[in-house]
Ligand binder design. Structure first.
Ligand code: SAM
Length: 286
């Protein structure tokens, strides 16, 4: 078995395969030996679990997942990594690699086909250029997942895990909180990667809620309202929501009033229960 966090070993394998890192594909591979075991350990998986990994690199996290789970399916876009992974992961018989863009992959079909009857988890060191779209599509498509454990940039982690209504929260915080309970697991310094990125990272875990804590009558309208409200977060909720959603201002003002909120309330100070109440009221009044 290869030591995929030994820099000499990694350099030798990459050189032998003529591999060059692609910045555009967010290729920063973990070389700190404690990170991947800890990530796999804290992701909630066990020997009965199915795991989806996004972006294998040279397989350093993949191997740790495969040691602990029943089956691992990895979606990797870069064809040049395939012969490398064939070599580095050859000792495992529970890993399948799919050479695709994760944003164009039908994950629901993969879960159905490859993980029948298993609890399914996502665990990945995400390519940073697609952090938000990947997380949002995993959550919004309501895949039957137990938890999503991902490494993201530290600032993104702060926003994703911030309490709704706090200074750091944004539209993405509300969306994550609607579907999942997010918490930061640990920080990872930039020196843990090869090549080292400019920023530090954090590993976060999102435990999927079986049901939203504050379900809304119309999810599409709710998220439209949230995007409008946080798109112009310095404005009062009545101004940002009416202009951003294209809803008459008198309706938004009435909804705010009937919910019992201050007329000058700003959406960024509202908690999840208040945001969902306001969305339901606007839908009711429209
Ligand atoms: N898991 C490895 C590790 O921790 O060292 C690699 C992580 S690296 C940050 C991100 C990986 O995602 C790279 O292997 C890259 O080629 C792959 N990747 C980039 N864009 C992708 C996409 N759209 N779909 C699937 N994989 C992608």
């Amino acid at each position: 078995m290869y030591n995929l966090t030994d820099i000499g070993t990694v350099k030798e394998i990459l050189a032998r395969h003529g591999f060059h890192f692609s910045k555009a594909l967010g290729q920063n591979f973990i070389v700190n030996p404690s990170v991947c075991p800890r990530m796999a350990e804290e992701s909630g998986i066990d020997e009965n679990s199915g795991v989806i990994e996004i972006g294998a690199g040279i397989g350093v996290l993949t191997a740790e997942l495969a040691k602990r789970a029943k089956k691992v399916v990895v979606i990797e876009l870069d064809t040049k990594l395939l012969p490398i992974l064939d070599e580095t992961l050859k000792d495992f018989d529970n890993i399948e690699i799919i050479n695709q863009d994760v944003l164009k992959t039908d994950l629901a079909a993969i879960i159905e086909e490859k993980f029948k009857g298993m609890p399914v988890y996502v665990c990945a060191n995400l390519p940073y250029y697609i952090t938000s779209p990947v997380i949002m599509s995993l959550l919004e498509s309501r895949l039957p997942l137990k938890a999503i454990t991902v490494m993201v940039q530290k600032e993104a982690a702060q926003r994703l895990c911030a309490p709704v209504g706090s200074r750091l929260s944004g539209a993405v915080t509300v969306a994550v909180d609607y579907y999942a309970e997010a918490k930061k697991l640990f920080d990872v310094s930039s020196g843990s990667f090869m090549p080292a990125p400019k920023v530090d990272s954090s590993v976060i875990r999102m435990d999927i809620r079986p049901q939203p804590e504050n379900p809304v009558s119309d999810e599409k309208m709710f998220f439209k309202m949230v995007h409008a409200a946080f798109g112009q977060r310095r404005k009062t909720a009545s101004n940002s929501i009416s202009s951003g959603m294209g809803v008459p201002k008198d309706i938004v003002i009435r909804a705010i009033e009937e919910c019992g909120f201050e007329p000058s309330v700003r959406a960024e100070t509202m908690d999840m229960a208040q945001l969902s109440m306001l969305s339901d009221k606007i839908v009711e009044l429209l």
